[in-house]
Design a protein around this ligand. Structure first.
Ligand SMILES: C[S@@+](CC[C@H](N)C(=O)[O-])C[C@H]1O[C@@H](n2cnc3c(N)ncnc32)[C@H](O)[C@@H]1O
Length: 512
């Protein structure tokens, strides 16, 4: 907040950065023209962020697919690229909070504001309230953007609205929004910038998985923070030491992951693709939670043969590549299945560093057929089911505003069918790992309970114990209250507790 209100410092530029020496001497872009004659240039980074927001809104695009090529095309790099990224992603994540504030500063209902203009206002609000941009720069640059992209009339309105937004500090805005909310969940949702239905579902998931509802605020905050890039060093293909050496050579800083022995966290701003091990798939980019559930499935106790593994929903192949690397080290083989042909091709690419003979095949087809097609053939089966992704909201800035409760209906039917197929494909005594990147009880507990209610040949086994067996030595992990029921056996990770996506793992064993 203090930066936002800082008086103008001539040694700093519009983003509060230290100016270059020439700039601070007043040389460079200034001309002898009178201010009124100067044509105001819009800032390329802000324009890029705006164009991403319009693509996301107008074309249903994904910000993380639109922004990187756009930055490359416009040759925006380094700190400007980081600024554009934070501006675009931060604005998308905090859109709900900013809309609630803007609604109090705009004279007409927001749904009557032109969407182009509304995105300019949101970008301005994020600079004023969410970034360390001095208020005068945030306002003047956003007004210039409005003039360039929406027109001179709306630009005046942007000026007035952003000044009104900036007159109240963020903590006072949040207190006001909370006071005016009709109930506590809506207060959390508005101030924490999540839809009410998602806030309620996350709160219920915390409780259902053995945690306190009071953690909801922290969870929402964690969803609003940019995640750090985590790499997986695929065992036997690239050891963490090799990866560290390659990172040193590329001047990239890596830190050991907190929980998974395979995880290395990158210092901000570096490009993972620049590391040879990532370029040739000995390593990859993978959330630490995804690594943990995969390692836990591979570590689950098993009697008898442990020779054939199946990944039922493998695309784009992150977990399949880790499973295959582990299988290679244990003399096992892997079948990877994916229904979408283009994602099956991504699985093949992800598996390209795995030694010959380990990957039996990459099958393109509906995983639901495999229960009947390959009955009882596998010793370990992973079902990383398609889900709402409510556990990975920090990675997909716009997705919380796109998802609707009705998505759950179709997905949870498919989840049940895929889990049933996995239980058909696993041998008696074999293990199935049911995984989602959503903590929603309807996609986790209820799916498993429902499938188990219909059969008496399957038992839950302790996923938490399997996880503890694979953690880095000495790691003390808080997995919530051990209540003895399903919540005591199932594993549910959380962004605000573990710094991972909210990955879920239930482990099941075929008894007969
Ligand atoms: C959560 S993603 C899997 C992520 C993957 N395990 C990884 O780590 O990279 C779910 C995948 O299931 C696929 N899928 C959806 N319906 C399927 C079906 N009926 N059979 C097999 N795969 C399916 C989706 O296309 C998607 O690629």
């Amino acid at each position: 907040m203090s930066d936002r209100r800082a008086p103008r410092d001539p040694r700093r530029d519009d983003r509060g950065r230290q100016r270059g020496a020439a700039r601070s001497r007043g040389e460079g872009h200034r001309t002898s023209q009178a201010p009124s004659q100067r044509r105001r240039r819009t800032d390329p980074a802000r324009t890029a962020a705006y164009d991403v927001l319009r693509e996301v809104d107008g074309s249903d695009a994904y910000a993380n697919l639109v922004l990187p090529p756009l930055l490359r095309e416009r040759r925006i790099s380094g700190r400007d690229a980081a600024f554009a990224t934070e501006l675009a992603y931060g604005t998308l994540r905090l859109r709900g909070r900013y809309d609630a504030i803007l609604a109090r500063c705009v004279s007409r209902p927001l749904d009557q504001v032109d969407p182009d203009l509304l995105d300019v206002l949101r970008l301005g609000a994020h600079q004023v309230l969410g970034m360390r941009v001095p208020a005068h720069a945030a306002v003047s640059e956003t007004v210039a953007l409005a003039r360039d992209r929406v027109g001179a009339g709306p630009a005046q309105m942007v000026n007035a609205v952003l000044r009104a937004v900036g007159r109240t500090p963020l903590d006072e805005w949040l207190a006001l929004l909370a006071d005016e909310a009709p109930d506590p969940v809506t207060a959390l949702a508005t101030t924490g910038s999540h839809p009410v239905w998602i806030t309620r579902a996350l709160r219920e998931a915390l409780v259902g998985h053995g945690r306190s509802p009071d953690e909801t605020r922290d969870l929402l905050d964690a969803d609003n923070a940019a995640p750090r890039v985590t790499l997986v060093a695929r065992p036997g293909l690239a050891g963490p030491d090799t990866l560290r050496q390659e990172a040193d050579d590329a001047d990239v800083r890596l830190e050991a992951g907190r929980w998974a022995p395979t995880a290395l966290v990158m210092a901000g701003g570096s490009d993972p693709a620049g590391l040879p091990a990532v370029a040739d798939a000995r390593a990859g980019v993978q959330d630490e939670g995804s690594q943990l559930v995969t390692l836990a499935l591979a570590a689950a106790p098993l009697e008898g043969a442990d020779a054939r593994w199946l990944d039922l929903c493998a695309g784009p192949g992150g977990k399949a590549a880790l499973l295959a690397a582990l299988a290679a080290g244990r003399g096992a083989t892997l079948v990877a299945n994916e229904v979408q042909p283009h994602r099956a091709r991504l699985v093949e690419r992800a598996l390209r560093a795995v030694p010959d003979g380990v990957v039996e095949r990459v099958r393109t087809g509906d995983g639901r057929e495999l229960g009947a097609e390959t009955p009882g053939e596998f010793d370990r089966v992973l079902v990383d089911a398609p889900c709402t992704g409510l556990g990975a909201l920090r990675r997909r800035p716009e997705s919380r505003w796109r998802r609707t409760p009705s998505d759950l209906g179709e997905l949870t039917v498919l989840q049940r069918e895929l889990l049933a197929a996995a239980l058909g494909a696993v041998r008696v005594g074999g293990v199935v790992g049911y995984v989602t990147c959503s903590p929603h009880l309807a996609e986790t507990r209820l799916v498993v309970d429902d499938v188990l209610r219909r059969r008496d040949d399957v038992e839950r086994i302790d996923a938490r114990a399997a996880l503890r067996d694979v953690l880095v030595p000495g790691a003390e992990i808080d997995l919530g209250a051990p209540d003895g029921g399903a919540a005591g056996l199932d594993l549910q990770l959380w962004p605000h507790v573990h710094g991972t996506d909210a990955m879920h793992l239930t482990l099941l064993r075929r008894r007969r």
